[in-house]
Design a protein around this ligand. Structure first.
Ligand code: HC1
Ligand code: SF4
Length: 579
């Protein structure tokens, strides 16, 4: 260890600790823009580029970046001396000198780290005038890039290249035109981007943001001829409250439903219903594949890989097209919901599918892209018309002057609003496969599960595995979240060394709770832990916790779909993938 003094307080830290970390351990906040660390993900962006975190070290002529400087014995550090504060202000003014001053109209207004630091530093004028860059704004179905706002912190690049291993982003140009862009400065839609949205999650400014589709929602609600249906993804209810002052991980399911009604949706349904439906299809598919595999069928593709995460599906299509038949053919819950809403439910209402507008509220940016895929439309009419993300819903609630905090709880409409605990846990890493095991176990063994909670499948470790005993048949499960972790499991499948029967992958760290459309968690893993805990709590609170016990799912099969994986189910609820 080494002993030193920071802001007149003595401290002892392990050798190799940076001043930034030592100060953090003492509760001293040093602002950073480029530096970011997400411990559980082994993500660290530390280019030492922004110089906002400088500190003064007694006896040294130059100020030192605290993120890059290790503590040494006897060091005396000051984190906010007049010299430090002047330097920070100057650095900030230089960054602001070529940053568009559009705070009032910026969608990150109120959440921007640059804005917060400028405010904390009391910047009231920008003394320097830099040249503004003039990049075209790049709009894809999911992600919008405005490189004129890029401050070259490189967080997105580290996220995309090192953590997600997608490699879509790279630094381009020099001087005031320097920015993080795509290879050959292509549009993001023409790059290898999988739309996971994680770059958006770590962007401290608004250089990367989600595509905004709030207006079409308002237009649909205002159209008297349209029947507008909301479906809410499992993870949204654990995070939406954050934008209204609730603690991270507070479940706001009932308030969310009330808010959607006040916004004017005709029906408020739950994607969790469709998650139960996905389990019926995917669980059956898993059992069919395992059966064939155990019978020595060499053609069956094992392991089965989950397919509900569109960022992951796109990653397979782009980077591992030879493995696309390992993906479950079951559509994602978002898309199953849309397909059922515009067939079964439209028929129940006696209306044409074109009169129905399905709006999904998702924690995810890739869901916008998924909804726009042409195979999820009938004669050009999409199954899911508009997908908005959690932060967009929060904006709509504010736009409509709804007092979210004081809203009473209300319940989803029926039939497509009923769900079991299995549907709820989809939103966290490991939840989809746990839900599938609950149903597959009972269908396979014809016995009730001795214990509902599969603790061995839970947690935030990047790659996890477990063997589940299906009454004498061992079923081997692999789980990964984050595309870099996924890549490791997929490489094994490609090499023929994968030991698993089934693999669950979610593109975002944490699963959907950490989606690119959620309120920013700024790398605080405890926020993800609380969101996951909230979903497991909602599961516990439910009377029904296995998808096959959902009475409305049973009714849907009995009166409309027939058998799981049967012909009608196949037509409506399954898809195919591309290379
Ligand atoms: Fe997800 Fe899913 S869990 S993909 O993470 O399978 O987005 O929440 O809605 O479709 O149900 C997201 C979440 C979501 C789907 C479900
Ligand atoms: Fe990379 Fe994901 Fe961002 Fe695309 S959305 S650029 S894959 S981090």
């Amino acid at each position: 260890t080494v002993k030193l003094i920071i802001d007149r307080r003595p401290v002892e830290v392990p050798k190799g600790t940076t001043i930034l970390d030592a100060a953090k351990g003492m509760g001293i906040r040093i602002p950073t823009l480029c530096y970011m660390k997400l411990e559980d993900l082994h993500y660290e962006n530390n280019p030492g580029a922004c110089r906002i975190c400088v500190v003064e070290i007694e006896g040294r002529r130059n100020l030192a970046p605290s993120c890059k400087t290790e503590c040494t014995e006897g060091m005396v550090v000051r984190t906010h001396s007049p010299r430090v504060m002047n330097a920070r202000k100057t650095v900030m003014e230089l960054i602001l000198s070529n940053h568009p001053a559009e705070c009032l109209t910026c969608s990150s207004n109120g959440y921007c780290e640059l804005q917060t630091i400028a405010h904390d530093l009391g910047i009231r004028e920008i003394r320097y005038k830099g040249e503004m860059s003039t990049f075209q704004i790049d709009r894809s179905p999911s992600i919008v890039r405005n490189m004129n706002k890029c401050i070259m912190c490189r967080r997105c690049e580290t996220m995309c290249n090192n953590i997600q291993t997608v490699g879509a982003l790279t630094a381009v140009n020099r001087g005031f035109n320097a920015a993080v862009s795509t290879a050959f400065e292509r549009d993001i839609a023409g790059s290898t981007c999988s739309y996971c949205g994680q770059c958006v999650s770590v962007c401290p400014v608004n250089a990367l943001s989600g595509r905004n589709t709030q207006q079409p929602v308002l237009d649909a609600i205002a159209d008297p001829d349209k029947i507008v249906i909301a479906q809410t993804a499992p993870a949204v209810r654990t995070a939406l409250g954050r934008d209204f002052g609730f603690e991270p991980g507070t479940l706001v399911t009932g308030k969310m439903v009330s808010a959607l009604r006040q916004l004017g949706f005709d029906y408020v349904f739950d994607t969790d219903f469709a998650a139960d439906l996905t389990i019926m299809e995917e669980g059956t598919e898993l059992l069919q594949r395992i059966g064939k595999y155990l019978n020595g069928d060499k053609k069956v593709k094992m392991p089965l890989m989950t397919s509900c995460c569109p960022g992951w599906v796109s990653f397979v299509e782009q980077h591992f097209p030879e493995l696309r038949d390992n993906l479950s053919t079951a559509k994602s819950p978002q898309q199953m919901f849309g397909a059922i809403a515009k067939s079964y439910f439209a028929e129940r209402l006696g209306v044409d599918r074109k009169r129905i507008v399905v709006v999904s509220i998702m924690p995810c940016l890739a869901k916008k892209y998924e909804a726009s895929r042409p195979e999820f439309a009938v004669e050009g009419n999409p199954d899911v018309d508009i997908s908005i993300y959690t932060r967009e819903l929060a904006r709509l609630i504010r736009y409509a002057n709804i007092n979210f905090t004081d809203l009473p709880d209300s319940d989803f409409d029926r039939p497509l609003g009923e769900s079991t605990g299995a549907g709820v846990i989809f939103g966290t890493t490991g939840g989809v496969i746990e839900a599938a095991c609950r149903t597959a176990y009972e269908l396979y063994t014809k016995k009730p599960l001795p214990k509902l909670e599969f603790e061995e499948l839970r947690g935030l470790e990047g790659i996890r595995s477990a063997t589940i005993d299906f009454d004498g048949t061992p079923v081997k499960i692999g789980i990964a979240h984050g595309l870099g972790n996924a890549r490791k499991l997929v490489e094994e499948v490609k090499n023929g060394t994968s030991p698993y029967h089934a693999i669950e992958i979610m593109a975002c760290p944490g699963g959907c709770i950490g989606g690119g459309g959620q309120p920013f968690h700024q790398g605080r893993m405890e926020v993800l832990r609380k969101r996951a805990a909230a979903l497991y709590q909602e599961d516990k609170n439910k009377t029904l916790r296995k998808s096959h016990e959902n009475p409305y799912i049973q009714e849907l099969y009995a009166n409309y779909l027939g058998e799981p994986c049967g012909p009608r189910a196949h037509k409506l609820l399954h898809t195919h993938y591309f290379d």
